[in-house]
Design a protein around this ligand. Structure first.
Ligand SMILES: Cc1cc2nc3c(=O)[nH]c(=O)nc-3n(C[C@H](O)[C@H](O)[C@H](O)COP(=O)(O)OP(=O)(O)OC[C@H]3O[C@@H](n4cnc5c(N)ncnc54)[C@H](O)[C@@H]3O)c2cc1C
Ligand code: FES
Length: 313
């Protein structure tokens, strides 16, 4: 049986064991969220030995070269020595610049990192609370333009991170973990293509960044932005979206509520096949919308979807 080492501890595990489970069952308290290779919460650094990695492409090549691996995607096949991601050593400090409620349960957090962070619209970042809870959140800010990193947190459920975030005040500290490249992006050669941006709830965060990125790159094709919310109060960016649409005639904004969803889905049969659809938000909602667009004739390769998977118990 292979040996697993962390610090001074060394124990045997069954060959082929899931690395994340093996570490956590031994009490190492490695954080995790999606268990799907998406959130990057479960980073560990391999100091000796190499695990079998099911999704090497899920991590950027530089981090891989430094020995980092996503524990949820790795199996222990030979002796291995690892160390956990330590937010105090490996994370970047950031200060809360502002924490504002955009709707009764939607918190807009603006952070100032200690050093400039290079990112592109559509990426997500792991936020570490001072209590050691790590969760992924999409960047809503526009790189190179907004002087802060902006996040939109759905605080409806009494989750561990949101419980802390609710009480954050300007000047408080957080740590930034890994920057993840999600499924969402904007590419310069899309300029003339029709874009369909569909968000449910705080899935609007990365689309708010991507929409402004597309307009900054002088996107000339029609852009249709649909923001689904449970109720009207959930349309937390209604005013800035309408203001943007007033300045850009190629942009149309629709703000349906949950009850309007069947009508929205029925209309998808009119979506041109050249459309690029960027979807983000609640996993079931996004899966349903993607299925409907596919059935309406949109090629799968034109669909880019980011599901906000919750922390896996
Ligand atoms: C790539 C990616 C990007 C994301 N970006 C965003 C984003 O921009 N904005 C956003 O809002 N979310 C985003 N998410 C989702 C977010 O990371 C998760 O919802 C996260 O689990 C929330 O952390 P938490 O500690 O507050 O809740 P957790 O403690 O992780 O709880 C997760 C869920 O479990 C349930 N739960 C937990 N405790 C209780 C309780 N006491 N009572 C009832 N139910 C409970 C709730 O349904 C809760 O939502 C993203 C997820 C991924 C994978
Ligand atoms: S990437 Fe491993 S838990 Fe999300």
């Amino acid at each position: 049986m292979p040996e697993l080492r962390v610090g001074d501890r060394c124990w045997q595990v069954a060959a082929g064991s899931d690395l994340l489970d093996a570490l956590n069952q031994a009490g190492c308290r490695i954080p995790f969220s999606c268990r799907a290779g998406s959130c990057q919460a479960c980073l560990v650094r391999c100091l000796e030995g190499e695990p079998a990695d099911a999704r090497p492409e899920a991590l950027d090549p530089l981090r891989r070269a430094q020995g980092w691996r996503l524990a949820c995607q790795c199996r222990v096949v030979a002796d291995l020595r690892v160390e956990a991601f330590d937010p105090r050593r490996d994370g970047m400090p950031a200060e809360v610049a502002a924490a504002d409620w955009l709707a009764p349960d939607i918190l807009r957090l603006r952070l100032r990192p200690e050093r400039p962070l290079r990112y592109v619209a559509g990426q997500h970042l792991l936020l570490w609370s001072d209590q050691g809870v790590a969760r992924p959140y999409s960047l809503a800010s526009l790189p190179g333009e907004d002087p802060w990193l902006e996040f939109h947190l759905d605080c409806r459920a009494a989750g561990a991170f949101c419980a802390r975030a609710r009480h954050l005040l300007p000047g408080d500290g957080l740590r930034l973990g890994a920057l993840g490249g999600g499924a969402l992006r904007y590419e310069p050669d899309w300029q003339e293509r029709p874009l369909l941006l569909l968000a449910s709830g705080t899935g609007l965060a990365p689309l708010w960044s991507l929409l402004r990125e597309a307009l900054r790159q002088a996107h000339s094709g029609p852009i249709r932005l649909i923001h689904l919310a449970r109720e009207p109060a959930g349309h937390y960016l209604a005013e800035p979206l309408r203001a943007l649409a007033a300045r850009h005639p190629q942009l149309s904004v629709e703000l349906p509520c949950a009850a309007d969803l069947p009508a929205v889905l029925a209309e998808f049969r009119l979506v041109p096949r050249r459309t690029l659809a960027l979807l983000c938000g609640h996993p079931e909602r996004i899966e349903g919308v993607a299925r409907q667009l596919y059935l309406a004739g949109l090629p799968r390769s034109n669909l880019l979807a980011e599901a906000f998977l919750p922390h896996a118990p």
